[in-house]
Design a protein around this ligand. Structure first.
Ligand code: ADP
Ligand code: MG
Length: 392
């Protein structure tokens, strides 16, 4: 869907819900992480792109203190007063936009704007970012809502602050202990550029990709198997990383390099060591990927994607049989490189392919998934696109 079509839908949906046109439309993209998985909350490096799939927030100020949110993807309208916005009481999909409203109100307070001065807002969400597919539909919602509220409330917060607000909403309100990558990619993305983000300094660098000029493209292979960051695996991996850093006597795993791994092998139990080895080698792979891209061009990225997948499969143990098949089949069908992307335990893989091979690889993947008895994957191309912005 084009952004124009999505905006049109957003405008109509808002009018249908609230009986009047919105004051404005803001959009934010989903993201695909090229490389650097689970490194963000370890203060390490990530290298995502914003993609062309977006969420549009249509929003308008009210004359009272009520917040009303609705989404064309989920049933029901949720209404709460700004005076009763309790981060512990928000539930379901509405926790994302209302969590952002709560975090924005906190940020406003820190800027000396009392919460009591903020007006109520009506806000709707329309989106073509598939939820739970590893493309960060959650960050798209948070960033679109954050941009809308920032402007409607006249807060003048910068993009780095908005990224932190989205992360705070997700951590505190939704209860998912995710890092800052998704929001940064959604807010800072640019067409045909990856965002090299140092999650320690929060320094972001836009790196030209040149995929299209080299006749290359990225395929997303959504296995359509579900994952949930909020429970289980993600939190336990995060805990292992914290324990590993503590046992190694460093503030975060970012402080360790490949040269520290022999000592880590002596200090840590086998499982924690493998978790740590993934983070340490993955940070290095992000830097190596960017260096290879700049020195040799985009096709040099492929081997790092393959190595990243092996590390996630064997050391971090966040892959699934469906993701492993997506990667191995893409590789044997001619992809230059492939890896699972996102938090893991389901979701999507990416493959870097020659554009002329994309159709054959897609057909082959569908055949291999059918042969394995897996749900048919949803396979589509993505390209690096613009970050969050006002549409109308
Ligand atoms: P991912 O971010 O990888 O897509 P998450 O589990 O982090 O998966 O976030 C998905 C959740 O975000 C959905 O279950 C829903 O609660 C919320 N969400 C995503 N898209 C929308 C939308 N368009 N409208 C309302 N809520 C949404
Ligand atoms: Mg998410």
């Amino acid at each position: 869907m084009t952004t124009t079509e999505l905006s049109q839908q957003g405008r109509e949906f808002f009018a249908g819900q609230f009986g009047q046109p919105p004051d404005g439309l803001w959009s934010a993209p989903g993201r695909v992480n090229l490389i650097g998985e689970h490194t963000d909350y370890n203060n390490g490096f990530v290298f995502p792109i914003a993609i062309e799939k977006r969420t549009v927030a249509a929003a308008g100020l009210r004359s009272d203190r009520r917040l009303r949110v609705a989404s064309s993807s989920f049933p029901g309208m949720v209404e709460v007063s700004l005076d009763e916005l309790d981060p512990d009481a928000l539930q379901g999909w509405a926790a994302y936009p209302l969590g952002v409203a709560w975090a924005m109100a906190q940020a406003a307070g820190e800027k000396g704007i009392p919460g009591a001065q903020l007006a109520g807002v009506d806000l709707t969400l329309t989106s073509d970012v598939p939820a739970g597919a590893g493309l960060s539909s959650s960050a798209a919602v948070e960033c679109a809502a954050a941009l809308a509220l920032n402007e409607l409330w006249g807060l003048g917060l910068g993009r780095e602050e908005l990224a932190r607000i989205g992360q705070l909403a997700e951590n505190r309100v939704v209860g998912a202990p995710t890092g800052i990558m998704d929001q940064s990619a959604s807010l800072l993305g640019e067409p045909d550029h990856g965002i090299l983000l140092d999650c320690q300094s929060l320094r972001a660098e836009s790196v030209p990709l040149g995929f299209a000029a080299a006749g290359l493209g990225l395929l997303v292979i959504d296995t359509r198997t579900s994952h949930s960051h909020a429970d289980g695996g993600y939190a336990s991996r995060r805990r292992s990383c914290e324990e590993g850093a503590k046992a190694m006597g460093v503030p975060s795993l970012r402080a360790l390099g490949p040269g520290d791994l022999p000592r880590a092998a002596g200090v840590l139990d086998d499982e924690t060591f493998r978790r740590v080895r993934h983070i340490v080698t993955e940070n290095q792979r992000v830097l190596d990927t960017v260096a290879a891209l700049q020195a040799e061009g985009p096709s040099a990225v492929g081997p790092f994607l393959n190595e990243s997948h092996v590390s996630m499969r064997d050391d971090f143990e966040i892959s699934t049989p469906e993701l492993d098949l997506a990667v191995s089949a893409a590789q044997s069908l001619g992809a230059l490189g492939a890896r699972m992307t996102g938090g893991g335990f389901g979701g999507a893989a990416i493959a870097l392919v020659r554009n002329g091979d994309a159709a054959g690889i897609t057909e082959g993947l569908i055949r291999e998934f059918a042969r394995a008895g897996f749900t048919a994957p949803s396979i589509f191309p993505v390209s690096a696109s613009a970050g969050a912005r006002r549409e109308e």
